[in-house]
Design a protein around this ligand. Structure first.
Ligand SMILES: NC(=O)c1ccc[n+]([C@@H]2O[C@H](COP(=O)([O-])OP(=O)(O)OC[C@H]3O[C@@H](n4cnc5c(N)ncnc54)[C@H](OP(=O)(O)O)[C@@H]3O)[C@@H](O)[C@H]2O)c1
Length: 314
């Protein structure tokens, strides 16, 4: 496993980050916790030290599972924990964005309890909240930093303008955007901006929710949130699955990698990217992706994969 500095922080993180959204039954069904625990253990054995979660994943369930793992394995100091706040899920039927001062202070306390720790390494604003002023959000984050409850601040799902609004009041060390071979919007503005400002970038949906692993034929039916997702239904699903098998599989095989590893390596090749988050349910998910960080792609290959996939998916 390769490690890099996250932005300007003192955090040295593995280039693959273990994503915990899969512990959200509403989106991913019921993932057996014993398998998930084994996967996290395996990830640590293979050198992963960076974990991404959120208070809202399973309405606290994912943070609680991670906290239980940490307590049982006494491994807090071996992990770098990134979590998020934004969704007020006090009433699960009426969730809404909430980044008001009091809510952040309260929610951070609850995250610390669930995670069974007294500090969060990277506390991320999950998305832009149009109803709360950036200076109010920043005031809460600066208070938490002063108290030592959070070490560094990050943002997710934000454009350059939104990040700049927060930067006026609080240091932002990391952006967590959607980025993979099929979703490349952030290449235009956000990635160059982060490179210039030395803001770390950790990508989500690196495998485009699994479709870039090459394990689908395009005929599968899903029981989870992918059941109605345009990329996982109908002609589109078939077209993308075929493209992965025609464009990516032969290249991956030639390089001795799994298709998932090629997809992750493609993301890690961009110079702005610190780490790629991969959503994990079981040990095999980690074992078949781990070599992605051993190297990066040559420029011509990076370009060819992206353009061939684009042409094949039209
Ligand atoms: N900030 C945000 O708004 C945001 C949004 C989304 C995600 N995230 C974060 O990013 C993480 C990853 O993103 P994601 O959950 O969208 O999906 P992803 O990593 O693109 O895909 C995850 C899915 O891919 C499959 N998979 C994973 N590793 C595999 C492997 N080695 N071989 C074969 N299949 C594999 C699994 O599918 P099956 O379920 O079919 O087994 C898994 O559920 C999340 O866990 C979360 O931490 C953040």
């Amino acid at each position: 496993m390769k490690y890099v500095q996250l932005g300007k922080t003192d955090l040295i993180v593995s280039r693959i980050c273990f994503g915990c959204w899969q512990l959200s039954p509403r989106f991913w069904g019921n993932v057996p916790l014993d398998e998930w625990n084994m996967a996290l253990k395996r990830a640590m054995e293979l050198g992963i030290n960076f974990i991404d979660t959120a208070d809202a994943y399973g309405d606290g369930f994912a943070e609680t599972a991670l906290g239980d793992f940490i307590e049982k394995n006494k491994c807090r100091k071996n992990l770098i924990i990134a979590t998020k706040f934004y969704w007020n899920f006090t009433d699960p039927e009426n969730r809404y964005p909430d980044t008001r001062y009091d809510y952040i202070i309260r929610e951070c306390e609850l995250s610390l309890k669930r995670l069974k720790t007294d500090y969060i390494d990277l506390y991320q604003i999950h998305a832009w909240d149009p109803l709360t002023r950036p200076d109010e959000v920043a005031a809460a984050l600066n208070t938490l930093k002063k108290q030592g409850k959070i070490r560094w601040v990050g943002v997710s799902n934000m454009n350059v303008h939104q990040i700049s609004m927060y930067l006026r009041y609080v240091d932002i060390e990391c952006l967590q955007p959607l980025y993979n071979i099929l979703d490349r919007d952030v290449e235009k503005e956000e990635l160059p901006f982060c490179l210039e400002k030395k803001i770390g970038v950790i990508t989500y949906s690196t495998l485009a929710r699994g479709i870039l692993t090459g394990k689908y034929t395009g005929n599968e039916k899903f029981q989870d949130s992918r059941a109605n997702h345009p990329r996982f239904t109908g002609e589109n699903f078939k077209k993308i699955s075929d493209a992965v098998n025609i464009v990516m599989r032969p290249l991956a095989e030639k390089m001795g990698l799994s298709v998932a590893e090629l997809a992750v390596r493609w993301v890690l090749t961009h110079p702005a990217i610190t780490s790629a988050i991969v959503g994990v349910k079981k040990p095999q998910h980690i074992e078949t992706v781990i070599r992605a960080s051993d190297d990066i792609l040559e420029n011509h290959l990076w370009y060819r994969i992206a353009s061939d996939m684009k042409s094949a998916c039209i």
